[in-house]
Design a protein around this ligand. Sequence first.
Ligand SMILES: Nc1ncnc2c1ncn2[C@@H]1O[C@H](COP(=O)(O)OP(=O)(O)O)[C@@H](O)[C@H]1O
Ligand SMILES: [Mg+2]
Length: 266
Amino acid sequence: MADSLLTIKHLKVSIKSRDGLVNEVTRDVSLEIGEHEFVSLVGPSGCGKTTLLRAASGLRTPTSGNLLFEGKPITDVPPGISIVFQEYNKSLFPWLTIGKNVAMGARDYLPEERGRRVEIALKQVGLSGFATRYPWELSGGMQQRAALARAMVSNPRILMMDEPFASVDALTRNHLEDVVQELWINSNFSALMVTHDVGEAVYLSDRVFVLSSRPSTILAEIKIDLPRPRSQLETRKMLRFVELQAEVLERVEEAGRQSVGIADRD
Ligand SMILES: Nc1ncnc2c1ncn2[C@@H]1O[C@H](COP(=O)(O)OP(=O)(O)O)[C@@H](O)[C@H]1O
Ligand SMILES: [Mg+2]
């Protein structure tokens, strides 16, 4: 890929546990993300998706392998990468208003520009008028929208999301998927999303990577050739959607069966 935005090459992450044992979480993961691509990572629970995302964003130093963002090695989280974590209730500061929480993502801008950006970001996620509220005054879905606004306010090149909608109900989840889809269509960032929801991965992505059980490697890469914009009602009933979902699910189950095998051997 000529215009790779993020390059992950032979990434390996081993974590030393408190009892001193070295736990190999990610064995060998290589992938490239291009400009304005939507890429998802799916895989069995505990296979190392969060660990991989933390390493790819610069939050965790990998044991070995190469990480390049816009051609430069990643040593810390670069300004062009924003992250949305799974637990919105832990990721927003409860003592700050929604507006101030979102402004945390725009600390590098002058105050006036910061205010303008916060306003735009809140509007993009449908939270105009909620700037003076506190996180605990908002529903879970709205809190996650605020976390999304905080990630978007700095105009990132890559938005990384770790199971961003796992803690909300199914209907809210569908709405949030469409908020993300619309943001992605209307802006020029690439997305790297971790999810355990196969339908969600297929619905939003251009490519889906299936990770093996721990220590993880890439088991499959599936190209999602569904037309855009996608719609919850129309896209999800397309034969091609159903086929792709089945294909991804089959590979995830394959990975899951491997992990059962590993547990049996332990
Ligand atoms: N901070 C840590 N200390 C020790 N082990 C960890 C730590 N973080 C992750 N692990 C190990 O890595 C495995 C994968 O974790 P994680 O990346 O959260 O998986 P996933 O997000 O796919 O569910 C865990 O089962 C655990 O054994
Ligand atoms: Mg995780």
